[in-house]
Design a binder for this molecule. Structure first.
Ligand SMILES: [Mg+2]
Length: 264
């Protein structure tokens, strides 16, 4: 009798173990099936890896105030993710500033160089970049900023930013004809990876609605880590929306999972 009970108990444990293992496998498979598998990653920079958007916001707000004008959130959302030239065009037109775009851009560029050198990394930025590097997932940068501006903003993090395979700087790259929300920058970033990499092989990380639209138009999936002011409608181009980069689950896109535990 004791022997029979023991056999039944062992059998139950084995069945539970198999079921548990099967559940884990099915969960992973379902997660992978959730999104199209990718092999390459493209990062936006401002507001995604670097905490620069608040600095930009202050720069434009202060410049607008010097002309006696406010800087409403609706205009900021239109500016977010655009090239420096487009940022200045929108600011002058939408804020009704009594100056030319060239005059505004001169002040804007100088203020950027003066203020952007001491920006912080966004939450989880270093972890995710090093994770892809350590796991041989090719990744690059696709920023609307100029090359000069990228040098200033990344000056405090040389070891991290040298890990990128290449950097596309939308404001100064001759191959980027139109800034975000046009798809040009992401298509150029994709083409500069070695091999015949297709847009659908690339996963974009973005914070701005303009960037998400650009990625979608490029035929890429996009992970959005939005500013708290971004509306639900402005998130509609995102494949997935995260609170911060620490919440990303690489295995959902067929990429190697993090070895550590996701944090809040
Ligand atoms: Mg951005």
């Amino acid at each position: 009798m004791f022997l029979i009970q023991s056999v039944i108990r062992n059998h139950k444990v084995k069945i539970q173990s198999v079921l548990k293992s099967h559940t884990v496998k099915m969960t992973i498979i379902n997660q992978i099936a959730k999104y199209h598998k990718v092999s390459h990653v493209i990062f936006d920079m401002d507001g995604l890896l670097l905490e620069t958007e608040q600095i930009y916001e202050k720069i434009i707000r202060d410049l607008a105030a010097s002309y006696g004008k406010p800087y409403p959130w609706e205009v900021r959302m239109r500016i977010l993710g655009t090239t420096e030239r487009r940022t200045c065009e929108i600011a002058v037109a939408e804020l009704g500033l009594p100056c030319t775009v060239d005059e505004f851009q001169k002040q804007f560029s100088q203020s950027c160089l003066d203020n952007l050198g001491n920006c912080n990394l966004m939450n989880g930025a270093e972890r995710i970049v090093r994770h892809f590097y350590n796991n041989n997932v090719p990744f690059c940068l696709a920023t609307s900023s100029s090359q000069e501006s990228v040098v200033v903003k990344t000056a405090n993090y040389p070891a991290l930013f040298k890990l990128f395979h290449h950097k596309v700087c939308g404001s100064t790259d001759p191959d980027v004809k139109q800034g975000k929300p046009a798809p040009d920058i992401f298509l150029v970033a994709c083409q500069r990876f070695p091999g015949n990499i297709k847009p659908e092989d690339c996963l974009v990380f973005e914070d701005a609605p303009n960037g998400c639209r650009a990625a979608k138009l490029a035929g890429m999936q996009v992970v959005m880590v939005p500013d708290s002011h971004v509306t639900e409608k402005q998130k509609e181009d995102a494949t997935v929306v995260l609170k911060n980069l620490l919440h990303f689950k690489p295995e959902e896109f067929g990429l190697p999972p993090f070895a550590d535990i996701n944090e809040e």
